[in-house]
Design a protein around this ligand. Structure first.
Ligand SMILES: [Zn+2]
Length: 405
């Protein structure tokens, strides 16, 4: 099984998810890939492979050693982001990238170079798979699936000694529902790794704490000619609310471990207005402080303009898995060790988002993340290096192999 061909095959199957759909999985076309994967797993010898009614693919490779060892899970997601079309993807391979501008689409004048994306500088000399500029590529996360499948094929074909290996491919990660129906108990792994993300030398286990805030503002509309001491303009209160949030917490001013409040939606008239924010921070205390800012501002404006002017509701979305993973940090160290054996330089990067692994960790399955080698996800500039994919297949095999020692 060749990882490049496997990847190129998967990206031709459209699996775009849909945040506005109420069905599970959000788009039934995700079953198209799920069914292909079940067939391929069976032909590899993973006899129990199946897709459940929620569109999750599960499979097991039974241990071939007598010694007791960990049951390790590997997980990737099948859907692609609704941010850009995942239909009719026409990938192109650029052999031995020379570091110059890449013309993705001459007719549409779509190009990329290292001044736009400095990550291209790290890939000079490698073979890159790019889009034709009209779709995303789908390396997020079909590269993860291809890498896991090729690891399975390699381990079975070469009779590599291994403990029990559990595989799962989930739908709807991109719309935040990837693990809603994931059966951690039935999966039965001691811990797992998601293979999703970018840098192949990064083993990540810190993600944001995340919440969303909804703000409904009740104004009082009256003809502006008769408005003196009567009008309360809800749109202006929305602006006042926003202006009271700390300026430093704007996403465009943050990086690394710095959290943010991001205004994702605003709609307003004189009578009523509505705002939606997402709130993010790696640090639990700072995260709580950010949520408190919203509450204090709502209280302040309600005192100023009347008690039912602002209605605020804050809902937690997911939490940072770091504290839980640190209770069994050896599962991160095992990956670092395998990387070193392959001549890689392991590092941990704080994820400025969430992962399926964060939810699974809180559901009882510790689940750090391994990169796939793909970059610039969710858009037409997405690309992946063939050498990176090959390296990740080797890394996954190494993790499995080390588990029996
Ligand atoms: Zn992903």
């Amino acid at each position: 099984m060749n990882v490049t061909n496997t990847f190129l095959k998967y990206v031709t199957i459209d699996t775009e998810s849909d945040a506005h759909s109420t069905q599970t999985p959000s788009t039934s076309k995700q079953f198209d890939l799920a069914n292909v994967l079940v067939e391929e797993m069976k032909s590899l010898g993973i006899e129990d492979a199946y897709v459940d009614t929620y569109g999750i693919v599960y499979g097991t490779i039974a241990s071939n050693v007598d010694t007791p060892c960990d049951t390790i899970g590997f997980i990737a997601h099948m859907d692609t982001s609704p941010d850009m079309s995942g239909k009719n993807i026409k990938p192109r391979i650029i052999e031995q990238y020379d570091g110059n501008e890449i013309v993705l689409n001459e007719a549409l004048d779509i190009r990329m170079d290292a001044t736009m994306f400095d990550n291209l500088n790290d890939h000079v000399g490698q073979d890159l798979i790019v889009t034709d500029g009209t779709t995303l590529l789908g390396a997020d996360d079909k590269a993860g699936i291809a890498e896991i499948m090729c690891m399975c094929a390699y381990v079975m074909e070469h009779d590599i000694p291994h403990g029990t290996i559990k595989i799962a491919f989930t739908p709807d990660e991109e719309v935040g529902r990837g693990t809603d129906h994931f059966d951690v108990e039935a999966f039965g792994a001691d811990y797992a790794y998601t293979v999703d993300g970018s840098d192949i030398e990064s083993i990540d286990y810190e993600n944001f704490n995340a919440a969303s805030a909804l703000i409904d503002i009740q104004g009082s509309s009256i003809h502006p000619g008769d408005a003196k001491h009567k009008m309360v303009n809800a749109s202006e209160l929305a602006m006042e609310f926003h202006s009271l949030l700390p300026t430093k917490d704007h996403p465009a001013l943050t990086q690394g471990y710095e959290g943010f409040n991001h205004l994702t939606y605003v709609q307003g008239e004189c009578e009523a207005a509505k705002m939606e924010y997402i709130i993010r921070n790696h640090d639990t205390n700072l995260f709580a402080k950010q949520k408190e800012d919203f509450m204090l501002i709502a209280d302040f404006l309600n005192k100023k303009y009347g008690s039912n002017t602002i209605t605020l509701s804050i809902e937690d979305s997911y939490a940072n898995m770091a504290d839980l993973v640190r209770t069994k940090i050896e599962i991160v160290e095992k990956v670092e060790e395998a990387m070193k054996q392959l001549g890689m330089n392991p590092k941990n990067t704080p994820i400025r988002g969430g992962t399926d692994g964060a939810r699974l960790t809180y559901a009882g399955l510790l689940c750090p993340n391994i990169g796939t080698g793909g970059f610039n996800f969710h858009g037409k500039y997405e690309f992946i290096s063939i050498q990176s994919m090959e390296k990740i297949v080797k890394l996954l095999v190494k993790i499995v192999e080390n588990n029996t020692i």
